[in-house]
Design a protein around this ligand. Structure first.
Ligand code: ZN
Ligand code: ZN
Ligand code: FE
Length: 751
């Protein structure tokens, strides 16, 4: 007989860990106890040594799927002669070690209960959940995670639910949002003028009918309201685009199930694993040509998602294969999530609203994920993924405020680094308020003492409106943060050659950077190469209107106007002249090395002749076009060796205009341009590697969401013998900036 004390830490609370321990202890005939404490889960077991070993083996290798053991320790103690095995009440001290879990998609067992007509308590229960699934982050007020501190507090558990909640052998032991058809939250269907139409299960019957009749319906889900309509109804989709002021941005589609999804899209094994897993994000996958309406997405991909809460399963019937599933907000501003504000703010968008009375305490968007070259990459960190928590020791608490666009913030405290969900663009008052709300929420829960703040090096900006008195502030350059996010994600030691490709970031010399090669560590960076400067004329206007970039590139690099004039024939002469004048007087025009803008300009000459209606639109247009061609040719490029290397795109622009004049196919030109970017990137990296003796490369920045570029640059550099790193869990776009900033501050202040 032996008495062994086991301490476990990590994600082990609120995920069915204690009942699992209980069941296994009983199975191996061990006596003792298990409890939650400030150090994690503590287990004391007495029994035959072999049985204890088998038990430990189970704990380590067979733990519940949502748990993650990050720390494990055993000690041998004197025998105490326990008579039973029991779950002891937790003795959580004020030093809270528990983490807020992200929200978890409905598990298979809960899903099958929805259809089990014999199970009256859970049949068609829109809020069904268990310890393995259900809402977490969105309903938690404060820690420790306990029903009293959640949005479920106002619903009294019925006697049956109480029994399950207290039974260590039940799947719902301490499932805090536990409920049934007798005691759970209720839904009601309301027309946009406030009339209740149906409630309970009748509401779903009616909603399905309304969907089939072509209506637009707002549905309150896990993290906020979504707008849905029939994905096969062209007229409804057009109306939805109009009322949401979303003319072109692809719409996400929720499919009834995987089998149905397979009729419309091709999905790889890894993608299938993600879309059916416990996070259930929107995943960008290949459409099967001609199966989905063109008005859903004009590129090769579609954002596909499967039902992730019981309520979503209940929106479907045999007649409804797929619904448009988009967020219930006006363009750019945060998600609607409050019942009392919804009718007002959804007026003009939805025709009906499916409400429920479970409050959302913290709103969250759906996550967006893309698989590239078998790599899982998070594009928008939201439900299921965020908030992230990583076990990292940092001596003092740091807040990293993130980027202006696609913001997240990161926070280190108490042995962890947390990354917030996506907060949107910090250019609207509403989003800045949202940032403050979420930051406050994190402060309330984790109670950090912020001594250090990392923020973007740009002096103006939303950060100035966030009050943090007494903290030391570290300004961090945008592209340094991008590369640092990759260094920190993969825990790379020593210097790397960082390639940061994106749209816009403030640089050391005051120019707008975006095509950068840095020799870089967490502590600092040295810019060693960049795309040669051209002008961004009219600042934001140039970002919105790709023709302005195209015009600048043509006038800058091509002497004879006649060669390109026709490409701009639809642009009024006075607008073109204005560009020339602004450039001459050098007002409101900025030096830029942004490769993102180069993509925009080239998209224009290849036919993208409208305003950009969402970030990355022109670049996606170009990538889609390039996918139509498999040509391997490329344009000539020049590198100018100064005190640093400058990549001149002059021969590229000349080559493109020349090809077009001789009637080259646009797909061919787009592909050839992609090939050129790949070539000069590899060329410059190899030059830097040779002169610096560095063999590690980190690729980061929003442009690496482009599958062609990412895959080929990675492959070619790897083939040349370099070790290449890219972002996966931490977004490669600006949502990853805060993570990089935090690690730069940790290194800088020696924390
Ligand atoms: Zn479940
Ligand atoms: Zn109940
Ligand atoms: Fe960026």
């Amino acid at each position: 007989m032996k008495h062994i004390r086991i301490t476990l830490n990590g994600i082990v609370q609120g995920v069915g860990f204690r009942p699992f321990v209980y069941k296994e202890a009983i199975r191996f005939k061990l006596n003792g106890w298990v409890t939650n404490s400030s150090e994690g889960v503590i287990i004391s077991v007495e029994g035959i040594e072999e049985d204890i070993f088998s038990f430990i083996d189970k704990l380590l290798y067979d733990a519940p799927s949502l748990s993650k053991i990050e720390f494990f320790k055993t000690i041998v103690l004197d025998l105490e002669g326990f008579k039973i095995f029991e779950i002891r009440e937790s003795s959580i001290s004020n030093k809270i070690q528990t983490l807020i879990s992200p929200d978890i998609a409905t598990c298979n067992e809960c899903e099958s209960e929805l259809n089990d007509i014999e199970n009256l308590r859970r049949f068609n229960l829109p809020f069904n959940n268990c310890t393995n699934c259900g809402p977490r982050y969105t309903i938690i007020n404060s820690l420790p995670y306990d029903r009293r501190e959640t949005a479920m507090n106002k619903f009294n558990m019925c006697v049956e639910c109480q029994k399950e909640y207290r039974d260590p052998l039940d799947r719902r032991f301490h499932a805090e949002p536990i409920c049934c058809n007798d005691c759970g939250p209720k839904v009601s269907l309301v027309s946009i003028d406030g009339q209740e139409i149906e409630s309970s299960s009748n509401a779903f019957i009616r909603v399905k009918k309304l969907i089939l009749e072509g209506n637009i319906i707002a549905v309150k889900g896990v993290g906020g309201f979504n707008i849905v309509c029939n994905a096969k109804d062209q007229e409804a989709i057009e109306r939805l685009r109009k009322v949401k002021n979303r003319p072109f941005k692809p719409l996400a589609v929720m499919f009834r199930n995987l089998e149905v999804l397979n009729k419309y899209c091709t999905i790889t094994e890894i993608e299938e694993e993600i879309i059916t897993g416990n996070k259930k994000p929107i995943i960008l996958i290949k459409k099967i040509k001609g199966m989905l309406l063109e008005s859903i997405s004009s590129n090769d991909n579609v954002g596909a998602i499967l039902p992730y809460s019981p309520l979503h399963y209940m929106l479907f019937s045999e007649e409804i294969d797929a619904i448009i599933f988009t967020s219930g907000n006006a363009k750019g501003i945060p998600l609607n999530y409050k019942n009392d504000e919804a009718l007002n703010s959804l007026k003009g968008i939805a025709e009906y609203v499916l409400f429920n009375n479970r409050d959302i305490i913290v709103p969250i968007d759906d996550s967006v994920v893309k698989v590239m070259h078998n790599d899982r990459t998070v594009i928008r960190p939201g439900r299921g993924y965020a908030p992230y928590s990583f076990r990292v020791k940092v001596k003092e608490d740091i807040l990293a405020m993130g980027s202006e666009l696609k913001n997240t913030f990161s926070l280190s405290t108490n042995g962890y680094v947390f990354v917030s969900p996506y907060n949107g663009d910090m250019v609207y008052e509403e989003n800045i308020n949202h940032f403050k709300y979420i930051l406050n929420h994190f402060m309330k829960i984790y109670n950090p003492k912020i001594k250090y703040v990392a923020r973007d090096a740009r002096k103006d900006g939303f950060e100035n409106s966030i009050e943090l008195s007494g903290a030391k502030i570290l300004p961090v350059y945008h592209h340094h943060a991008h590369i640092a996010s990759c260094i920190a994600e993969h825990n790379i030691k020593g210097a790397v050659i960082g390639v940061a490709y994106d749209g816009i970031g403030y640089g050391e010399d005051g120019a707008i950077w975006g095509g950068e090669f840095l020799i870089c560590g967490l502590r600092g960076f040295k810019r060693v190469a960049h795309i040669d400067y051209f002008k961004l004329i009219g600042g934001d206007k140039a970002t919105l209107n790709p023709w302005r970039v195209a015009y600048e590139l043509c006038t800058r690099y091509i002497e004879d106007e006649n060669e390109y004039d026709e490409l701009f024939s639809e642009i009024p002469i006075k607008d073109r002249n204005l560009i020339r004048t602004i450039k001459k007087v050098n007002i409101n025009s900025f030096d830029t090395s942004s490769i993102g803008r180069v993509f925009d300009g080239i998209a224009y000459v290849l036919g993208f002749n409208r305003q950009v209606s969402y970030e990355g639109e022109a670049a996606i247009y170009l990538e889609t076009m390039a996918n139509q061609s498999e040509h391997v040719e490329s344009y000539r490029f020049e590198t100018i060796q100064d005190n640093l290397i400058k990549i001149s795109i002059k021969p590229i622009i000349q080559g493109i205009i020349n090809d077009l004049r001789y009637g080259a196919n646009k797909g061919y030109v787009a592909r050839k341009f992609h090939n050129t970017v790949i070539e000069f990137t590899v060329d410059v990296v190899m030059k830097i590697a040779a002169s610096s003796n560095i063999d590690k490369v980190a690729l980061s920045g929003g442009v690496f969401q482009n599958t062609i570029l990412r895959n080929d640059i990675k492959r070619k550099l790897s083939e040349a013998g370099l070790k290449v790193f890219t972002n996966n869990t931490i977004p490669t776009n600006d949502s990853g900036i805060s993570y990089g900033q935090l690690f730069i501050a940790k290194e800088y202040f020696n924390l």
